[in-house]
Design a protein around this ligand. Structure first.
Ligand SMILES: [Zn+2]
Length: 53
């Protein structure tokens, strides 16, 4: 198998900065940072979650 471009990333709530989710992504297919609307248990609502470094 070729070297994988799949990396583990952490998603952080843009509002309270809680790190709620971790996922993987294909760096080659998604070079820019991920942004997803996810439920934050701390904000108790859906907020924007961004990929952290
Ligand atoms: Zn939050």
């Amino acid at each position: 198998m070729a070297a994988s471009a799949r990396v583990i990333i952490t998603l952080e709530c843009a509002v309270c900065r809680e790190r709620n989710y971790s996922t993987t992504k294909n760096k080659r297919a998604n070079a820019e940072k991920l942004k997803l609307s996810k439920y934050c248990g701390r904000c108790r609502k859906h907020t924007e979650h961004k990929e952290t470094k």
